[in-house]
Design a protein around this ligand. Structure first.
Ligand code: BDR
Ligand code: CA
Length: 317
């Protein structure tokens, strides 16, 4: 089993990702840390606890982390994820309290205790991980891999240039990519180039939602919510695709490419600049002398394969 730690901003599609990570037999989910993003961090933490409870995974420690990005103010995405961040579907009730540690301390402890490399899967702004890299850099020695949802080679969603998670905290992403390069940690970027491709149809979602199993019902309702919101007959499993990429890496094709995060820019701040040239040196120099991050960028995906992986897991067949 693959030891995994997730960092989330639950989030309709983070919920889809959590259900998969909580239930798939190939994943050993060691901890989940929460960060402000789709909604505020207190709500993100409640949502995360509620989803894990529905999945029967009260054993997984959940900690609350950073409320806001390193520099800018938080911009939430309630227009996409609803007021409670979970589509206002009435699923967010739990008596469980989060772990008393801050997310950064929980990450430090879980990584520090690890006897084998841990795969870290951020599906949210990377504020917690940047704070970890700056506060307890030695913890990164236990990180075997980072597979993150964020960025894109070709397009944005929060702005025309930038994907939401990177846009929300560009400095954090830059810090994490640099720290990974310094520590020799392989990074896979599961970005918008592939994010929209694994889709579940409204009919498949309705079937799930009609189940007697709470977990399947929640999964179905989350997809149906997105179909309604976007007026579509299908919806992406979103962040869950990044978990699929951990379980079944053969479902995506990646290219090792230099990636920089645009930290300035008026209309391009938060863009991941993916260098697709035949790269043999660059006329651009980082004024701060940061390590170049060459990361595995997901450019092609077998969307049906990942959608099926998710469906089979959440319907427990
Ligand atoms: C990402 O931003 C959030 O809205 C989603 O949960 C996903 O992580 C997509 O840009
Ligand atoms: Ca997310």
């Amino acid at each position: 089993r693959i030891p995994v730690v997730m960092d989330v901003d639950t989030g309709v599609d983070d919920a889809c990702a959590l259900l998969l990570a909580a239930l798939h037999p190939a994943v050993d989910l060691r901890a989940v840390t929460c960060v402000g993003g789709n909604t505020d961090v207190a709500q993100v933490t409640r949502n995360t606890l509620a989803v894990l409870e529905i999945a029967g995974r009260d054993d997984v420690p959940v900690a609350r982390g950073a409320e806001r990005p390193l520099i800018e103010r938080a911009v939430h995405a309630r227009h996409v994820h609803g007021d409670d961040g979970m589509g206002d579907l009435g699923w967010v009730h739990t008596d469980r309290e989060p772990d008393p540690r801050h997310a950064v301390e929980l990450l430090r402890d879980v990584l520090g205790d690890a006897t084998e490399p841990i795969t870290v899967v951020p599906t949210a702004p990377m504020t917690n991980l940047a704070l970890l890299a700056r506060t307890y850099p030695e913890a990164l020695r236990s990180v075997g891999r980072i597979v993150f949802m964020g960025g894109a080679a070709q397009r944005g969603n929060a702005t025309a240039s930038a994907e939401f998670n990177v846009f929300h905290d560009p400095e954090a992403t830059a810090i994490v990519l640099e720290a990974a390069a310094e520590h020799g940690i392989p990074v896979t970027m599961y970005g918008l180039d592939v994010f929209y491709d694994p889709t579940v149809t409204r009919a498949e979602a309705q079937q799930l939602a009609a189940s007697t199993d709470d977990m399947a019902r929640l999964a179905g309702e989350l997809i149906e919510f997105q179909c309604e919101r976007f007026g579509s007959e299908q919806a992406t499993i979103g962040d869950a695709g990044a978990v699929c990429a951990v379980i079944d890496p053969g479902g995506i094709q990646t290219s090792a490419l230099p990636v920089r995060v645009e930290l300035a820019g008026t209309w391009s701040r938060g863009r991941t600049i993916v260098d697709v040239r035949d790269w043999s040196g660059d006329l651009a120099h980082d004024p701060h002398g940061r390590a170049d991050a060459v990361i595995d960028v997901a450019l092609e995906i077998d969307g049906r394969r990942y959608a099926d992986l998710w469906l089979e897991t959440v319907r427990r067949t």
